[in-house]
Each structure stands twice: as C-alpha cells, then as structure tokens.
Design a protein around this ligand. Structure first.
Ligand code: BES
Ligand code: MN
Ligand code: ZN
Length: 484
C-alpha cells in the first residue's frame, strides 16, 4: 500500500514545499491576483478542477495548485465533504510530489480531519502487482489556524481512519488467487496482533464440528476451504455491544449457477463487506472508540466443481434451520445467515451486516450509494444518517413483509431465492430470518459503491473503495454516545 510512505502532519505556520494547494472559490480573496490568472485560464472553481501555476512572489513554494471547491455552503464556508473531495483531487493531481502544503480552509478540527482524510485517501494507489519501483516517500502538511495540539490530534485521527479505509481497499484489490479464506484469516490474525483486537479463526473442521452448514455448503466447491473469523475489541468503558458481520466471498463464480463472462471479471470484490468490517474494528481499536465490538468475517470461495453444492440441495444452517439452495449464486445470504446466527448467541445490543449482496441494489441506487435495510424504519434512517456524517452516500430501504412468501420452499424451511423484482429487499428479508426478534439490526448492501470501475473522482480511486468503513466507525461512535 503506497500511502504508507506518505507522512501527513499538522502545520500551524507555513513552510517551504514543492507545491502549495489552495482552494478556488469564494473566500480566497487574499490571493486574488492568482484567482484572476486562474480565471483567465478558464478555471471556474467547479469540483474536480485543478490548475498548477508557478508560485507568485510571497509563496514559499515552487508552484501553486488551485483546486475547485464548488459552491460554498449558505454561510459562505465549505463543509467537510467539499474539503475532503478537494484534498483528494489535489492528492491525485500531485501523486508522488515529495513535499506539499495543503492550504485549504481548515479552521476546525473537523475540517483538518477532512483535508487529511482526502489527502491520504486520494494518494492511494494499488501497486502490489506492478513491477515498477515503489514511489518515494512524501511529506505533506495540513495548514491550519488551530493550536498545534488540537490540529495534530485531528490529523492523527484522520490518518488512522484513512489507513484503515486503504487497508480495506488493498484487500478488495488483491486478486482471488492470492486472497482466499485461509490467507484472509491469517492477515486478520497478523493485524490483530499488531493493533490489539483479539482474533479467533474457525477452520473447516471446527466449522463442521459446530454445524456451520451454510458456510460449508457455499465453500465446498472450492479447494480453498471456508473460515469464520472473529475479531473483537472492547474499550474498558464500553456500555454498548455491537456485532458487525461481513460477507467475505473471496471469489464469486456463481457456483454451479455459473455467472456468465461479463459478470465474473471483478468478483474478487465479493469480500468487500468482510474487508470493511475488519478495517472498521481495527479502526475502532486504534481510535479507542468506547464500544465492545465483534467483527465476524464469513469467508468462503464460491466455485463450481464435482464437490459443489447443487441447485436443489438443502443445507442445514448453524441455527438448525434448513435452506433449499435454488440458485448457488445467491451465496452471500447463506454465509451471512450462519455468521449472524452465531453472532446473536453473544446477545449484542446491535447487529449490522455489510455485503456486496445483490445486483438489484445497484439497479436501485446506482454505483455510488449503498442501501440500508432494517425492520425498524428509525434504525435504517440512523444508519443512513451516520453514513452521511461519515461522508458516504447511503439511503434507507424497506423490508416489505409481502415479499417474504416468495422465499417459501416446497421442501425446506426457506429457499435462498424468491421474487426477482425488489431483489435487494428479498435478500434482506432472508437475512432477517436469522436475526433475533427485538435486536436492532441493519443490513448494508454495498454491491454498488464497494468497487469503482470508472475514472477516479474526488478521494475515490479505481478499484476497491473501502466503502462502509467510515460509516461503521461513525455508527459505532454514535451508538456509544447514545448508549445504543
Ligand atoms: N456477489 C453477487 C452480487 C453482486 C453483483 C455484487 C455484482 C457486486 C456486483 C451476489 O452473490 C449475487 O450473485 N447475487 C445474485 C442473487 C440472485 C441470484 C438472486 C444477483 O444479484 O444477481
Ligand atoms: Mn453470487
Ligand atoms: Zn456474491
């Protein structure tokens, strides 16, 4: 992960740099001659715009990068989203520049955090499989009028969070020939040992002994056996117990209900939920969020073979119920159901699962927004609001009871597929069966935003995005604050 070579520090006074980054918008009157030049060059201040100019006299830098801030808020200022995106755009434009000062309007700790997040997230690039030499170390400073201790703390918090988002990105980007359940589990163990959280791994023998028929059924077509990983962290003052469950299909071929060419190229992404849960628990530990949290990673590779689960097979799940597998490509809900049932045994106050679960979700909300489903309209709204405050896009969705009968099976307790229309909601209704009544629960379907296939924008690179990591951390903070 190349961003590890980036050092970001708080600056309470200017210093010499190769490039100084300045926001282009209202409130930049102090550098007005520069703005006049930029305007003459056609810059309008729109989000995503950049213009690099030789530094005018008075700037202790080789050049100035103007970056568009977009429309100001009604109060004339710029909020954390605008600052994070602008810093991300600047970071991509200046990738590899050894020393940079970000002189964006960062007058509050939130603003300093936003600029830092954007800078580290924007500099991300996945180079692990490139033969070329790794980029040199860079030294970036975030200029602010805050006192140094406050600014320094804000920068440190944001760097930790950004590195955890980048950890999830790295895992999503790593191809499935190198990241399979055993390797993923070993990585969680190594990171747990480094940062504190406790890690337990159930291998295929332990899964069989405990009756995890869902995880085993999905994983049995692969030569790489499944794992259930638990990573937990408890703050000494925690009053709230949270269970996070992540879908970790390290490759989704569809199984015997094989996906066609055109739908299988990026299915290494199908463990993005588990990556987000993993990174969020590590972030909570490193940031000392006052919660008790267990992350459950349901890891399996969904492959077709002579030993694979067949359409029509019936699996006995961890909680004893039976599932008729009518479509082996609806595998995520099966592994999640086993993990949710296990997580529920510890009687958490809240359960949240995260998954690249359905194509239907992408049809509904597109590729930049995830859906938040819950039997409680209020809890779904809380999840979506936490996402907004974390700078992610999400929208609450319902779990209509009338869709539930479509999951009825003629032979088992439930089938794994039902009505095609509203497929994201049907998948949510399947999961709901495995959540104890009365436990607040939300299901995050991140099939759209987990992976970005187009040109980079703002602080979002190509490939794995780390979707939901910041939302989960924000939600943990808010649940801790509210006492659930
Ligand atoms: N992992 C896929 C969903 C997905 C599709 C994620 C595209 C990201 C991009 C999931 O396992 C799947 O195959 N879902 C099926 C369910 C269907 C068979 C009921 C789908 O959505 O088509
Ligand atoms: Mn699938
Ligand atoms: Zn899948």
């Amino acid at each position: 992960m190349s961003t590890r070579t980036t050092r970001v520090t708080a600056l309470t006074a200017g210093r010499h740099s190769d490039v100084v980054v300045i926001g282009f918008g209202r409130g930049t009157a102090d550098v007005a001659p520069l703005i006049a030049t930029a305007t003459a060059w056609g810059m309008t201040g729109a989000v995503g715009e950049t213009l690099r100019l030789p530094a005018p006299p008075g700037f202790d830098a080789g050049s100035v990068l103007l970056v568009g801030l977009g429309e100001p808020d009604p109060d004339g200022g710029y909020g954390p989203d605008a600052l994070r995106q602008a810093a991300g755009v600047a970071a991509r434009a200046l990738a590899g520049v050894p020393s940079v000062v970000l002189a964006l309007p960062a007058a509050t700790p939130e603003a300093v955090e936003a600029v830092t997040l954007g800078a580290v997230l924007g500099q991300y690039s996945f180079d692990a499989y490139r033969s070329a030499r790794q980029p040199a170390a860079t030294e970036w400073g975030v200029l602010t009028g805050l006192d140094h201790a406050e600014a320094d703390a804000a920068v440190r918090r944001a760097v930790v969070l950004a590195h955890e988002v980048n950890r999830a990105r790295d895992l999503v980007n790593t191809p499935a020939n190198d990241l399979y359940p055993e390797v993923f589990a070993a990585e969680v163990q190594a990171v747990g040992a480094e940062h504190g959280p406790a890690v337990e791994v159930l291998d295929e023998k332990a899964l069989a002994a405990a009756g995890f028929g869902g995880l085993l059924g999905v994983g049995q077509g692969s030569v790489r056996p499944p794992r259930l990983v638990r990573i937990s962290y408890a703050h000494p003052d925690a009053a709230t117990g949270i269970a996070l469950i992540g879908k970790g299909i390290t490759y989704d071929s569809g199984g015997l209900s094989l996906k066609p060419v055109g739908s299988n190229e990026i299915m290494k992404r199908d463990m993005a939920g588990a990556a987000a849960v993993f990174a969020a628990v590590v972030a909570a530990a490193r940031l000392e969020v006052p919660v008790r949290v267990s992350g459950w990673l349901a890891l399996a590779e969904n492959m077709p073979s002579g030993s694979a689960t067949r359409p029509g097979d019936v699996l006995r799940m961890y909680d004893g119920r039976t599932v008729e597998v009518l479509n082996t490509d609806a595998e995520g809900r099966i592994v999640l159901a086993d993990a949710i049932a296990r997580a529920a045994e510890d009687e958490p106050d809240v359960i949240v699962d995260v998954a690249t679960l359905t194509f239907a979700m992408r049809m509904a909300l597109g590729n930049r927004m995830f859906g938040v489903m819950s039997p409680s309209e209020a809890f779904a709204a809380r999840g979506a609001a936490a996402a907004r405050r974390a700078g992610e896009q999400a929208w609450p969705l319902p779990l209509p009871a009338d869709l539930r009968p479509s999951l009825n099976s003629t032979v088992a307790d439930i089938a794994n597929v039902g009505e095609r229309l509203g497929g994201a909601l049907v998948a949510g209704l399947f999961l709901k069966e495995f959540v104890p009544d009365g436990t607040p629960w939300a299901h995050l379907d991140i099939a759209g935003p987990a992976f970005h296939e187009g040109e980079p924008h703002g602080d979002t690179p190509r490939g794995g995005t780390g979707a939901a990591v910041r939302t989960l951390v924000q939600l943990m903070r808010e649940l801790a604050e509210a006492g659930t």
